[in-house]
Ligand binder design. Structure first.
Ligand code: ZN
Length: 235
């Protein structure tokens, strides 16, 4: 039987880590495989570096965080701020799903201030269908994902509902180290205090959920896919 596999899909390098990093570490420790996907590198986010120079840094950080988790890392061939919901992007995502065969996918909730995040959400949902249908003949055989859920991301809070609180106390110190594999969260050039936010969010969600540290997930409203059936570790 194939191993359980958690895939976390972000719009930019480090989105998957900041919203899904603690769950990646928790599942990796429990023997799951983990794959990190960035739809774009997020190469335009530096206040002084050119996109070309920042791209190199971001790709290096992505490799470092993948090594820290023990995860596969994939970066789709799109530019920061230019991601479109296209057949091509949908097929690239569907082929990644067929290649890695994730049990569970975590990706952006669509209520986002960032269009790349909204489009990533849409591309993942379109790709589920193309990945699952055997009649589409591709390099890898069809694969049905067991569950899709939305982790908490400061940019995706429009209508976000924290349905599930997951205890991540055991992995939280490593999660903070994982965040710091990214210059975006290690240095102080970003206009948003990522590290402080996610460190405090773990405490806040922990207090609300009755744990030392916790992260939350939102369930899809319109799809009958249940995370427990897919074996996601929620206790
Ligand atoms: Zn982003």
């Amino acid at each position: 039987m194939a191993n359980n596999h958690l895939m976390v899909v972000g719009g930019h390098i480090s989105d998957a880590e900041n919203m899904g990093g603690a769950l990646m570490l928790k599942h990796k420790r429990a023997g799951w495989d983990v794959t990190i996907v960035a739809a774009t590198p997020g190469e335009k986010g530096h206040p002084t570096l050119s996109a070309e120079d920042y791209l190199e840094m971001r790709l290096e950080d992505a490799r470092a965080s993948g090594a820290f988790v023990g995860a596969n890392v994939e970066v789709m061939p799109y530019k920061d701020g230019e991601l479109q919901v296209t057949e091509e992007a949908t097929w690239i995502m569907a082929d990644l799903i067929r290649k890695y065969r994730p049990t569970v996918i975590l990706t952006h909730w669509k209520g986002s201030m960032h269009q790349d995040h909204i489009n990533t959400h849409e591309i993942v949902h379109r790709a589920l269908f193309k990945a699952a249908l055997p009649a589409f003949r591709r390099e890898h055989p069809a694969h049905s994902v067991g569950a899709v859920l939305y982790p908490e991301n400061w940019e995706d809070m429009e209508g976000y509902i924290a349905d599930v609180y997951v205890d991540v106390s055991d992995v939280f110190e490593d999660y903070l180290k994982l965040l710091k594999t990214h210059a975006l969260m290690r240095e102080s050039y970003a206009s948003f205090r990522y590290y402080d936010y996610y460190e405090a969010l773990g405490r806040t969600r922990g207090a609300l959920g009755g744990f030392d540290r916790a992260v939350t997930l939102m369930r899809p409203r319109s799809m009958y896919i249940y995370e427990r059936r897919a074996g996601l570790l929620l206790d």
